[in-house]
Design a protein around this ligand. Sequence first.
Ligand code: IPM
Ligand code: MG
Length: 361
Amino acid sequence: MTQNYRITLLPGDGIGPEIIAVAVDVLKLIAKQHDLNFEFQEAPIGGAAIDLTGNPLPEETLQTCRNSDAVLLAAIGGYKWDNLPRHQRPETGLLGLRAGLGLFANLRPAKILPQLIDASSLKREVVEGVDIMVVRELTGGIYFGEPKGIFATETGEKRGVNTMAYTQSEIDRIGRVAFETARKRGSKLCSVDKANVLEVSQLWRDRIIALSAEYPDVELSHIYVDNAAMQLVRWPKQFDTIVTGNLFGDILSDAAAMLTGSIGMLPSASLGATGPGVYEPVHGSAPDIAGQDKANPLAQVLSAAMMLRYGLDQPAAAEKIEQAVLKVLDQGYRTGDIMSEGMKPVGCRAMGDVLLQALEQ
Ligand code: IPM
Ligand code: MG
């Protein structure tokens, strides 16, 4: 029997519409091959939504997402909206989506593909075999803590404030996701904090240690965030699964991504306790190359694969897409961001075409 899924597409800004179009073509073909039916509905978010409605996350978009089985997001943001007040910024729409869907767990895999080792800025022996999963807390910490704002002090001087705060239950739920994730991988979990300075990190560490009693099969370690940044570029193979808070995870996941040569290759999944997850590339909207058919659609396509695996429980279809991506890389096709000598340069659309061919074979 044909499985029916409602998928909300959020193309967003910049290169978003180009890369999501490739992912949709891939999903349509995979649907035929695996007896699935996708009902796609598109909704505006970010700058595109600001232009249409004045709001980076219209209520209707959030409702459409809530009423779907999974959400495929491309990217948001661009110079055009950078100077608007914060509540009207594209980024605020993305944060609202995460909060509105309760997506507290962000899984960001950084796995080096043998085909792309030479695209990494680090030496081959350092990055060969890297396979890291960053589990980033996504709806708490300094991104959402109160008080926040720019206030006038008694002397009339301005003071900017954000608050890094985590409750015990917020730490426990992301900690559990991380231990479970580690268990399905190399069973090594490294928790990143700044417990030598921050109280919020001290609680983080205490809770992760308390939880570890439930996961005796997972080897737990702790590292300060500054050292984690250093170790990631020094010897990344020491890491298997990393768990950390919102801000540290934002920073470290970009660093981990770059180990693999291009942030243009990496998908992510944002999951809540219930309801649809959001699947999106780790990279941004790249306004400098938008509309020029230069973008790498592979992170978006791999995000669609993550959606099939984690959101729709269709691992075979996910696997098929991942294999097709490896195949086009084996065939030598490269967008500009992952180009190296002797390879075949292609644009976004052409990359999509060769992917479809790989899937047909
Ligand atoms: C990310 C991005 C976002 C974040 C921005 C666009 C709000 O950098 O998903 O990593 O900081 O979380
Ligand atoms: Mg980021």
